[in-house]
Write a protein that binds this ligand. Structure first.
Ligand code: H79
Length: 417
């Protein structure tokens, strides 16, 4: 039997995305102009010429960067893998590359960030993954996207591909130990033959390294949802939802629109309940510091996960229920035949929850903390409707998400409308 290289990913459920590069220095502001979203796009969106943008490299000196802090925090936050932007669309490599001078090695800091994070992840037992923007590159004369400095008519994309993208991807997969996954982005109009060549190169270097769906043309190992999007329906194959904590991936000096811990948990249970992983982003500042509010929110969500982790990790995709539940989401463990009800809108007196459409007989209902709950399961033949009622304690045990564990007599099945 071949080993299932997707197993770690299937089990992980929750990962940390880190967007960090030169764009952390302006943090969304340039010459009095301000970019409200997507600060990592500042060069392109504010039409900054490459000769000006590249001067940021002379200022890159993150005095507070500590890879172990990131990795330990990711673990404390309940995350099982880390994806780091080795190179974003701006083309600047956060690692030691031999094929370009446009890298962290040519800054006052002068040390390989990818190496430090890879080593810290290996030491701490977190799966290390890299983001690499394979098509857009606003520094290379033949990369995609920089129409300000370069004339698209004169570009030869394959030159960029063979001179920079392919060798850099090989460097990442050769020099940093085991890479759990390579996260490609925006394939757009990259020729399919080159996408295939890229996938083959990854597999030749590290056959177990996963490739995300944004390599394009279905060549990846799993499907990537659109940025900041949660699918409506459950999918049985592995997939992932990448999401920001505020409204930007890169650091912003002004964006304070952070999700609350409760909204983070709502997104996590929604994604996990439909069979996916949540990849949640932080954007460190120019010093290498994680914004304080990001840390607070993720710590609180992490404390919830410490208590309620069994309702997230090790769960499996389940069939959809026929209706949205006004009280919250469900997750399911196929090994233990347990359905978890995540109660976010606590019902008013008489504190009764209703779940329609569960066909499998229920054998026991209790709070995740162990307290047994009164329940009633019924079938109404006139309506052809299956109902489960659960009576909750009067006092809400956890305002962020109270978890109810429903034990089932067999594999879950649900009614369709
Ligand atoms: O790396 C993050 C984004 O920079 C990248 N994908 C995630 C993971 C991405 N590349 N392209 N896009 C997302 C789609 C285009 C988004 C844009 Fe915008 C809308 C570019 C300009 C307007 C986001 C919002 C960036 C600036 C404002």
């Amino acid at each position: 039997m071949p080993t299932d290289k997707l197993k770690w990913f299937r089990d992980a459920k929750y990962g940390l995305f880190i967007h960090w590069g030169l764009y952390a220095i302006p943090g969304g502001e340039w010459d009095g102009k301000f970019l409200p979203r997507g600060t990592e796009w500042i060069m392109k969106r504010l039409a900054i010429p490459l000769r000006d943008y590249r001067l940021l490299a002379e200022q890159f000196c993150p005095d507070a960067f500590d890879p172990y802090f990131y990795v330990r925090r990711a673990k404390q936050w309940g995350m099982k893998y880390l994806v780091f932007t080795a190179k974003h669309h701006d083309g600047f490599a956060m690692f030691d590359t031999k094929v370009s001078d446009y890298s962290v090695m040519h800054t006052p800091y002068g040390r390989d960030i990818v190496r430090q994070l890879a080593d810290a992840c290996a030491a701490e037992g977190l799966t290390f993954c890299v983001y690499y923007s394979q098509m857009q590159d606003w520094e290379h004369p033949d990369g995609n996207g920089n129409t300000l400095d370069y004339d698209p008519e004169k570009q030869d994309f394959s030159r960029y591909f063979y001179e920079k993208a392919l060798p850099q991807v090989r460097e990442l997969l050769t020099n940093y130990g085991r890479i759990g996954m390579i996260w490609f982005d925006t394939p757009y109009d990259m020729p399919i033959a080159l996408c295939r060549e890229l996938a083959d190169a990854v597999r030749a270097c590290q056959p177990d390294c996963l490739i995300n769906g944004r390599i394009g043309y279905g060549l990846g190992d799993f499907r990537e949802a659109a940025d900041n999007s949660v699918p409506l329906l459950s999918r049985p194959d592995p997939w992932e939802s990448p999401m920001t904590l505020n409204r930007t991936w890169g650091y912003s000096r002004r964006d304070d629109n952070f999700k609350s811990p409760s909204v983070v948990l709502e997104n996590l249970t929604r994604v996990v309940g439909k069979g996916g992983n949540l990849l949640l982003n932080v954007g460190p500042d120019r010093h290498g510091r994680i914004p304080e509010r990001s840390d607070e929110v993720l710590c609180e969500a992490g404390r919830w996960l410490e208590k309620n982790g069994e309702s997230i990790y090790g769960t499996s995709p389940a069939p959809d229920f026929p209706y949205l539940n006004p009280w919250g989401e469900t997750t399911y463990n196929a090994q233990t035949l347990t359905l978890y009800l995540h109660v976010k809108q606590y019902p008013p007196a008489p504190y009764r929850l209703r779940l329609l459409g569960l066909e499998t007989p229920v054998t026991d209902v209790r709070l995740l903390t162990g307290e047994p709950l009164v329940y009633q399961q019924s079938y109404d033949p006139a309506r052809d409707e299956r109902r489960l009622y659960v009576t909750l304690p009067e006092k809400c045990p956890d305002a962020d998400d109270t978890v109810v564990a429903v034990s089932l007599a067999g594999e879950i099945s649900t009614q369709k409308l």
